[in-house]
Design a protein around this ligand. Structure first.
Ligand code: NAG
Ligand code: NAG
Length: 320
């Protein structure tokens, strides 16, 4: 009983063992998973199921980068397809691009040949949202995204179901249409292309917004990953203020330098004036003495005499 319960629990998450290369397979088992829409085949990740019922090595790949689990020295890495061709889901070999109205696989817009230059209008997204080349794979058919505003359009609604680590399922519904990219979306009830809403305009889903981001308040908001765009006048104001402040700083430095220079010059001038004054007074002193040499000498004599008199007196006093 317990074993049965465990088995029934284990059943939904059983990973079906897949056939290795050159093992038997059945092409009719090729399908998309009902929940995840992943391509399912009997063969393992290295092979595709050929029509004669054998898993043969994959002939091409879709992804530029390979999962490490697919890097195996015993297997050759299948090549990418050259431009003008695509690698189908089963990777059985490159095929030429599908023309308008031809059959394509789910979510494989890359299988459709792009329309001739200028045949389909694409309005560039102001928010750098990814855009196609004018061709789209809708309902298994290659179409052009050329339905103008008010004209009838085609929608494709796909619900993807995923499981998180705890086993809880979550869904993601993707609605795609053939309205002109960047111009309109296909309204599900009117089946007509309606104009995309600009920022701040009410919306019910992301696809109604030009920014492809319908906020929780029910209005179109900027996409979180969008680049911040700075208006030209802000560039002008910022560069002008940088220029002005640079000139200002330069001017301040020049003024400060000039002031310091002037202060130093005045100091030096004062010093030299002082020195010249000293020199002049010394010179005049000398000249004065030179011109009064005689009187000076006699004065000196008088002084010496008085000095000797004084010392005599001192001596006399000392003797006592
Ligand atoms: C299927 O075709 C491949 C390549 O053409 C061949 O190698 C293989 O033997 C064939 N298998 C059968 C069962 O015929
Ligand atoms: C628009 O695209 C469809 C295919 O999706 C095509 O049949 C039709 O001719 C195109 N119309 C114009 C005007 O290019």
């Amino acid at each position: 009983m317990l074993l049965l319960t465990i088995l029934s629990l284990a059943l939904p998450i059983k990973v079906h063992s897949r056939t290795p290369l050159y093992g038997p397979c059945n092409v009719t088992n090729n399908h998309l998973d009902a929940d995840t829409k992943d391509f399912i085949t009997d063969c393992d990740s290295f092979g595709f199921c050929s029509i004669n019922g054998t898993c043969l090595p994959r002939q091409c790949r879709q992804d530029e980068y390979l999962m490490t689990s697919l890097l195996d020295p015993t297997h050759v890495i299948p090549p990418l397809c050259p431009t003008g061709s695509f690698c189908p889901d089963d990777a059985s070999g490159c095929l030429p691009l599908v023309e308008l109205g031809g059959v394509c696989q789910l979510n494989r817009d890359d299988e459709c040949a792009p329309p001739p230059n200028g045949a389909v209008l694409i309005l560039p997204s102001p928010y750098d949202e990814p855009q196609g080349d004018g061709s789209i794979c809708l309902l298994g058919t290659c179409m052009w995204t050329n339905a103008s505003l008010g004209s009838s359009c085609v929608t494709e609604t796909i619900t993807y179901v995923g499981y998180d680590l705890s086993g809880m399922s979550y869904t993601n519904t993707v609605i795609r249409d053939n309205c002109i990219e960047g111009q309109g979306y296909c309204d599900l009830t009117a089946n007509q292309c309606f104009a995309l809403a600009t920022l701040g305009v009410g919306c019910k889903s992301d696809r109604e917004c030009q920014s492809f981001n319908c906020g929780s308040a029910g209005i179109c908001i900027m996409p979180p990953e969008s680049a911040v765009r700075v208006a030209k006048w802000i560039y002008a104001v910022v560069s002008l203020s940088i220029g002005i402040s640079m000139v200002g700083v330069l001017w301040l430095l020049i003024v400060a330098h000039r002031r310091a220079q002037k202060k130093r010059r005045i100091m030096l001038e004062d010093y030299y004036k002082e020195q010249t004054a000293y020199r002049n007074s010394i010179i005049s002193f000398h000249t004065a003495f030179a011109s009064r040499d005689k009187p000076f000498d006699s004065e000196k004599e008088t002084f010496r005499q008085s000095l000797s008199n004084l010392s005599d007196t001192t001596l006399v006093q000392g003797d006592r």
